[in-house]
Design a protein around this ligand. Sequence first.
Ligand code: ZN
Ligand code: ZN
Length: 237
Amino acid sequence: MEYLFEPVKENVYVLAIWDSNWNSYNNCYFIVQEDGITLIDSSKEAHSECLVQALKQLGKSPEDVKFVLATHGHEDHVQGTAIFKNAKKYIHHKERSLIEYPEPDEFNYDLLDQGVIQNFEYFWVGHHTPGSLTFYHQPSRVLFTGDFLCFFGDPLSKDGLVSAGNDLRHEWLEFLRNGGVSKDELNDFLKGLKTMNVFDVDVMCTGHGGVLVGDIKSFVSELLNVGNKLQEIQVEN
Ligand SMILES: [Zn+2]
Ligand SMILES: [Zn+2]
């Protein structure tokens, strides 16, 4: 199975697993902390072996994963959690009905629309699924957006998986400009971006493909500008 495993920042790693069925990278993130490893998202059941291999590269095993935070309940973000028997697993309560495997009862549904868990601040972004969350890791200033903002099915940046990704940023802006976020969802999408831009972000870790480094605020501001203009046009019509 093909995957990339790279450092994002000190103690933060990305595992990008190539999903040949979906023609996309599915991303998982390992945050190595004093009290164990926190995993954000976990890809599909069929990719569990990649998670084990990545842990091995860190000198760790599945037993070392103590917390799992899922950005949302789609199979490519929750199924891989089944192998982490020692971990507490968290997801927003509105995602429960999306989970078929592992058993929905393996998850804890205490996360609210915003709050703090461990050293992560999290907030609800009403876009993609009813209970999609974005996590901000305070010590490393890394933001985990899940599929709220991701590069599903896109090639990696020519500068690599973890990079400024200017080509990817440009494409996302074009995608938005050309109606990639539907009219019905645009308002919630913009609200999510506004909340995101409150944080001081060094790296944006997405649910699929590219991990963007540096000047995240100006990227999010550009997205907001494009989105706000689209909204004005909608109101005029
Ligand atoms: Zn999804
Ligand atoms: Zn996904």
